[in-house]
Design a protein around this ligand. Structure first.
Ligand code: TRP
Length: 443
């Protein structure tokens, strides 16, 4: 029954997919991983991984969605036969797992937006220290989580064209405009140079540092959001003639541009507080504790109000346009597999996801743990997807892209990259990420 829906236009699909990619990963994740060190080497590795690993994988994921026309749960089975069926379950588990804490983070963003709106972001250092703990625990956190998941459910429940496409069509342009405005404003701040120097500072040894490599991998996968069927679920409704490689390239470029621009907003701001604090902390709270304080003290009065409302408004829009793509994975699977209506599938999914997210809403430590587990599973799932499309069923890719008008030689180049660069690179990345994750837990 999902087949009756479709995108209003090619631009609608690109904006919705860019909306999925651009999210808390670009803002919260980028700030927190970049603040763990690595500087320019982290940024460079991240860009390389996006281009050579995530882009080919995104193309493969879109192809699987379009050729099978099936929800993420059954698409791998349809594409590759019975032995690939577990991949569909992995898609489902990882997307539900990620969404369960994603809406908690989105709740922090919503709460901070509210404080920005009321003009009471923490002004002095003591208040700043108490701020993050106060929004990330107890009733405040639960309220944010619930509101976020319900809002996400309302958009997804309205459907592809009337909900998802409609929201992303005005949300994404607004987000780009606000972000460019904020980056220009941040560049005029007194400590801007220091912030840029931290973000882009070069140190050769970091290129081979396992923590930097692992962070770059996690950041690239999470930010592009490929490997667990979210974009696959959007591609089901794609017209057979639309140019997948061009659309995937547009999505990835927008995502990377937003990540870098967001860094150019956040780092000058936190530099004002002294980067020592930030580097020392390097924690999940960077975006929600250091930054609100930085904003509150840099710009008082009306400018301060406008800047902080715009910034956290932007964070919230970015978060919801990503959350809807994650929710579409279980929802389209339920519609497809059990034949439930879209509304029923949405409500059952969000109740389940809210319950799974309770421990993350009540305890930040738990959230950090589940985030690192889900990141490792995301990369694992990406590897299996690359094996399915690149090695087991390359014909699907060739036929679908050729059909869609991509020249044959270009299709061959994609396939070659997917096989010989993307696949081994993900395997290597996965080993490094797993090693780093285990080392982090034991140390
Ligand atoms: N990419 C989004 C972000 O940067 C989050 C997201 C959406 C995601 N869909 C995904 C992450 C699929 C992993 C997999 O915030």
């Amino acid at each position: 029954m999902g087949r009756k829906e479709s995108w209003g236009s090619g631009l609608g699909f690109v904006l919705a997919s860019a909306g999925s990619a651009v999210g808390l990963g670009n803002l919260w994740g980028f700030a927190y991983r970049a603040s763990q060190g690595g500087g320019g080497a982290f940024v460079l590795l991240y860009i390389f991984i996006v281009l050579l690993v995530c882009l080919p994988l995104l193309i493969a994921e879109m192809v699987i969605g379009r050729t099978t026309g099936s929800s993420p749960l059954t698409a791998p089975l349809k594409a590759g036969g019975k032995s690939w069926a577990p991949l569909g379950w992995l898609f489902l588990i990882v997307s539900v797992g990620i969404l369960s804490y994603y809406v908690v983070l989105m709740g922090y963003a919503g709460t901070t937006l509210l404080h920005a709106f009321l003009g009471d972001l923490p002004l002095d250092k003591a208040a700043a220290g108490d701020y993050f703990p106060s929004i990330s625990s107890g009733g405040v956190s639960l309220r944010g989580q619930l509101l976020s998941i319900v809002l996400t459910g309302v958009v997804v429940g309205a459907g592809i064209r009337r909900g998802i496409e409609r929201l992303t069509k005005w949300g994404m342009p607004l987000l780009f405009i606000m972000l460019i405005g904020l980056a220009i404003w941040a560049s005029s701040q007194p400590n801007a140079q220091e912030g840029y120097a931290f973000l882009f500072g070069w140190d050769w040894s970091k290129l081979t540092d396992p923590q930097t490599i692992s962070n770059a991998f996690k950041q690239a996968f999470f930010s592009v959001g490929t490997g667990i069927g979210a974009i696959l679920a959007y591609s089901i409704y794609l017209n057979s003639k639309s140019p997948i490689p061009g659309e995937a390239a547009a999505v990835v470029s927008l995502d990377t541009a937003v990540g870098l621009l967001a860094g150019c907003v956040t780092f000058p701001l936190v530099a004002i507080l002294g980067l020592g604090d930030l580097v020392g902390e390097g924690s999940v709270g960077t975006l929600f504790s250091t930054l609100p304080h930085g904003l509150a003290i840099t710009s008082l009065g009306l400018t301060g109000w406008v800047v902080s409302v715009c910034f956290f408004g932007l964070v919230f829009i970015a978060a919801i346009t990503s959350a809807i793509s994650l929710l579409e994975v279980p929802v389209s699977s339920l519609i497809d597999q059990i034949g439930w209506s879209r509304q029923k599938s949405v409500w059952v999914s969000i109740i389940l996801i809210a319950c799974i997210g309770l421990p993350s809403a009540l305890d930040v430590e738990f959230l950090v743990k589940i985030d690192s587990i889900m990141n490792a599973l995301l990369i694992t799932s990406g590897l299996i997807l690359a094996l399915l499309v690149g090695w087991s069923k390359p014909k699907l890719l060739i036929e679908d892209l050729t059909n869609g008008g991509t020249p044959r030689e270009r299709t061959n180049t994609f396939l070659w990259t997917l096989r010989w660069i993307t696949t081994p690179a993900i395997a290597l990345g996965l080993v490094i990420v797993l090693e780093e994750t285990l080392r982090g837990w034991s140390g």
